[in-house]
Design a protein around this ligand. Sequence first.
Ligand SMILES: [Zn+2]
Length: 218
Amino acid sequence: MFIGHFGIGFGAKATAPGASLGSMFLASQFIDLLWPTLLLLGVERVNIVPGITKVTPLEFSHYPISHSLLAVLGWALLVAIIYQFLRRYPRGALVLGLAVVSHWMLDAIVHRPDLPLYPGSGYLVGFGLWSLLWGTILVELLIFGIGLGLYLRTTKPADRTGVWSLRALVVFLLVIYLGNLFGSPPPNITALAWVGQAQWLIILWGYWIDRHRFVVER
Ligand SMILES: [Zn+2]
């Protein structure tokens, strides 16, 4: 799951318009932002196994800190508490916490049964939509489209940058997504992890867009 998580980020802005789009992206993609660092530190593990699913060649063999349900609930709480401390916006804090949890829920739809309930849990969750290429694309595009639609209803551009920065991001995310789907598998784990780290730029992009768009009064 990739653009589906960003779809949630876009849509979340409609629920708590006072929070920045960048914060929404940070929350909805939070555990995938932690994951590359944990890979580089050797704390979590993944294998590249071309053909293991129709969509991704990744076999998530060990990722209890970023992707076990219990840990994700902890990360959600932490994100909500830090946000509330910094911004004093309870609604924003609540929505951000839920967005962190949404990541695990969406991952559970597409992953093979590899998501632990808690670190060390033998019971692994995953409904395996990644066995269907077009099913996955359809579901992700749907979530992305609905989220983006809600975002476009909630905000309007304040200037030209507010138009182009958003359009460019949407195109960029779709291109990355297609590249992931139809491109060749990553050469090794280190390369995979550094591409993952580059996602922080998308978070910054979200903050940038947010500064050039205003919330529509309803
Ligand atoms: Zn994930």
